[in-house]
Ligand binder design. Structure first.
Ligand code: C5P
Length: 404
């Protein structure tokens, strides 16, 4: 699991006023059980839901609520903190932080803190989808804040949608991830993500269910850990992490071309894209008309990872993904040699919590030494595990290090 730890780390937990405040009490307990020292700061609205006394009892530290009763607390507190976690983060607070407004303890502490910030939005699904909130979240992300995205489910208002605050485990994992430091700095990382589209005619294509979430989580973890990141992405509906150089492609042949153009100077290639295995043999330049039956002949798509790993431009480390619909580890193991990869990240897409659009994944890492199984984790945490393995394999004396 993640070597990053919260032990003896100083956490500021900023609590803002939504019904999810009660979950922040459990968050304090979890931070404490991980060995962190937690100081809670609260907005006025959050105190209407849960009393500061609850947080004071759980954290063992004074809770800060009032700027005027302690005029220097908003400067002194951040000066000694390692991380700021804002959970729950309301639409109001997200808007204030994006605009740089500083009129309460939480927004003041935010401006006075120059370390990593994690925020976990919690609100009604229509509020979360509102263009103003989307824009503010984009702004915060572009400033380098780490969003722990809310989950879909039953909301406090009785409606169903995306807006429920992320689970405590995901927030803790995100905080650990942000405290890792820049252990990939100086490295160029090339990540592919998402599906490809193989066109039959100008309006129809063959594709797959890849959401791109795993590849985007990899790009974002590499950026957070200090790498220069190029993200070659098939068509997906999610925003790329700020700071990545993004190259958008559709067809597998375009993806091969983009990888070949950007591979020079890359230290690590992570092929997380779900590249098509087959391409329609013939492309009709005009829309095909209805007919009684249609037989499509398919030919193999270019195998990108195989082409790159056998070329003179091969990066020091080549990592592939292997999605199967069952516990077919042996198939994944075979691909390691067939495609010349340093390790394969295997996942069974039919396993609970490991599906295509899921925020979590259950992976096994297969390399020439064996198989390591990991528990169900967020895709962010899986991404960190992948780069931890890359760093282990780059140590002098290891096979990948000898490829240098
Ligand atoms: O054989 P399979 O498609 O399961 O292999 C998966 C790995 O190979 C992934 O890393 C994927 O990105 C890569 N791949 C590729 N070119 C293809 C198909 C898959 O590079 N045409």
């Amino acid at each position: 699991m993640s070597p990053s730890s919260l032990k003896n780390r100083r956490v500021i937990l900023a609590v803002t006023g939504g019904v999810a405040v009660y979950k922040a009490a459990e968050l304090v307990r979890r931070f404490k059980s991980e060995g962190a020292d937690v100081t809670v700061v609260m907005t006025g609205a959050s105190q209407r839901f849960v009393s500061p006394l609850t947080f004071e009892s759980l954290s063992g530290n004074k809770v800060h609520t009032d700027v005027f009763s302690e005029p220097m607390a908003h400067i002194n507190l951040p000066a000694s903190a390692d991380i700021l976690v804002i959970a729950p983060a309301t639409a109001n607070m997200i808007g204030k932080l994006a605009a740089g407004v500083a009129d309460d303890m939480v927004s003041l502490v935010f401006l006075a803190f120059d370390g990593p910030v994690v925020f976990a939005p919690a609100m009604n699904w229509r509020m979360y989808a509102h263009p103003a909130v989307r824009r503010n979240i984009r702004t915060l992300r572009s400033m380098g804040l780490h969003e722990v995205e809310p989950e879909e489910g039953e909301l406090a208002c009785g409606e169903h949608g995306v807006g429920r605050m992320a689970g405590i485990g995901r927030i803790i994992e995100a905080a650990k991830g942000c405290l890792r430091g820049k252990d990939l700095s100086g490295l160029n990382v090339l990540v592919t993500a998402g599906p490809t589209r193989e066109y039959i005619d100008p309006v129809r294509f063959i594709s797959n269910r890849s959401s791109g979430k795993m590849g985007y989580a990899l790009a974002s973890a590499a950026l957070r850990r200090g790498a220069d990141v190029t993200l070659i992405s098939g068509p997906v509906g999610i925003d790329p992490p700020p700071g990545a150089k993004v190259v958008r492609v559709e067809r597998s042949e375009e993806m091969l071309d983009a990888v070949e153009r950007h591979i020079e100077g890359a230290d690590i290639l992570v092929m997380a894209a779900a590249v098509a295995d087959f391409i329609p043999d013939e492309y009709s330049a005009v829309k095909m008309q209805k007919q009684d039956s249609l037989v499509l002949r398919l030919r193999p798509a270019p195998d990108i990872v195989k082409a790159v790993s056998g070329s003179r431009k091969r990066p020091r480390l080549v990592v592939g993904f292997s999605a199967e619909t069952g516990p077919e580890i042996a198939k994944a193991r075979r691909k390691l040699d067939e495609k010349g990869m340093d390790f394969v990240v295997f996942n069974d897409v039919t396993a609970e919590g490991a599906g295509f659009d899921s925020d979590t994944n259950k992976i096994s890492i297969i390399d020439r030494e064996g198989i390591t199984d990991y528990p169900l984790m967020s895709k962010d945490a899986c991404a960190d595990v992948v780069f931890d393995r890359c760093l282990e394999l780059s140590k002098p004396g290891t096979r990948a290090a000898e490829n240098c």
